[in-house]
Design a protein around this ligand. Sequence first.
Ligand code: HEC
Length: 109
Amino acid sequence: MKTIVTLSGTALLGLCLTNSVLAADAEAGKKVFMNTCIGCHNNGLNVIAPEKTLKKADLQKNAMYSEKAIINQVTQGKPPMPAFGKQLSAGDIENVAAYVLKQADSGWK
Ligand code: HEC
């Protein structure tokens, strides 16, 4: 029992350190995007709401062109887009927001 407590304490500490030391990482965000978002947002498009793409012009028009706005929407969802706050860690969500902004800036090339 004591071993288990110690081990999980160490793992938790490791997680906290990782989260606070690393800034948002678009490369890691790409993996999250490929696993979680691509079904609806392949190539930055939107299969459900075609006018709400992840391209820069649409993000700007919809007040979504910021890490904060994207983090909020991914965490809480905005029907019909599901919420991912339970499925993804805060770090994953930060990273995927950084990836979306980076791709928006480069035209999803
Ligand atoms: C089941 C389909 C689906 C999935 C999966 C999905 N989205 Fe969405 N997404 C939507 C829909 C629908 C909207 C439009 C919501 C609205 O009415 O504003 C949207 C909107 C957005 C917007 C705002 C676009 C704009 O121009 O206003 C962003 C940013 C976004 N999604 C990011 C993500 C990210 C990042 C993920 C993965 C973590 C993700 N989405 C997963 C369906 C989805």
